[in-house]
Write a protein that binds this ligand. Structure first.
Ligand code: FMN
Length: 182
């Protein structure tokens, strides 16, 4: 059965390593599955006032609908100060509201973190898993994916040049596919 997968790279940077990793992951799903890169950089910072005034930005409605239309997600996040970047947290918050209309609810997700440093975004990876718990998103538990010194895994065009890392990414995608097929 065909599925819809949303891939979310947590960085807004033009040349983001996480975007390159996300692009590599995009081609790893079964044929016929609809795999979409989801953008969130245009979303205004969330304020609960929007809900109380009944005046949500139009971009919120479109984003919530897009999240609601997916069956599952892959997050590829960098680490900012041992957590996820603020833009990604904002996107998670936007589609979690209004209360009782959490668009992430029940949708499985794989988490991939990366860093130019040596601990592969471990802090960001686990902060994201903590948020996913409250959003009721079943995580792919294994394999865990922490990509250290990610810049060395990519060529100048941003193509992933490590067969070993490609294999690891394929195995986390396969685990997500298996969850969806159960
Ligand atoms: C605000 C900020 C905070 C950062 N904090 C961390 C950190 O806690 N741990 C880490 O490994 N790298 C940290 N970095 C470095 C990032 O790993 C690096 O900038 C990386 O390229 C960001 O991912 P991207 O290429 O997908 O944009 C930080 C970078 C920025 C801009």
């Amino acid at each position: 059965m065909s599925r819809k997968i949303g891939i979310i790279a947590g960085s807004l940077r033009k040349g983001a390593y996480t975007k390159s990793v996300a692009k590599a992951v995009q081609d790893m799903f079964p044929k016929g599955w609809e795999v979409t890169m989801i953008e969130f950089g245009h979303l205004p910072l969330f304020s609960q006032d929007y809900e109380e005034d009944g005046q949500n930005p139009a971009s919120y409605t479109a984003f919530r609908n897009q999240i609601g239309a997916q069956d599952a997600f892959v997050f590829v996040t960098p680490e900012y100060n041992r957590s996820i970047p603020g833009g990604l947290k904002n996107a998670l918050d936007v589609a979690s509201r209004p209360y009782s209309e959490n668009k992430w609810n029940g949708k499985p997700a794989a988490v991939i973190s990366s860093s130019i440093g040596r601990i592969g975004g471990f802090g960001a990876n686990h902060h994201l898993r903590q948020v996913m718990t409250f959003l009721n998103m079943p995580p792919v538990q294994q394999p865990e994916v922490y990509l250290s010194e990610v810049q060395d895994m990519l060529d100048e065009q941003g193509n992933l040049n490590s067969p070993e890392v490609r294999g690891l990414l394929q195995s986390v995608v396969d685990a997500l596919v298996k969850m969806l097929e159960k």
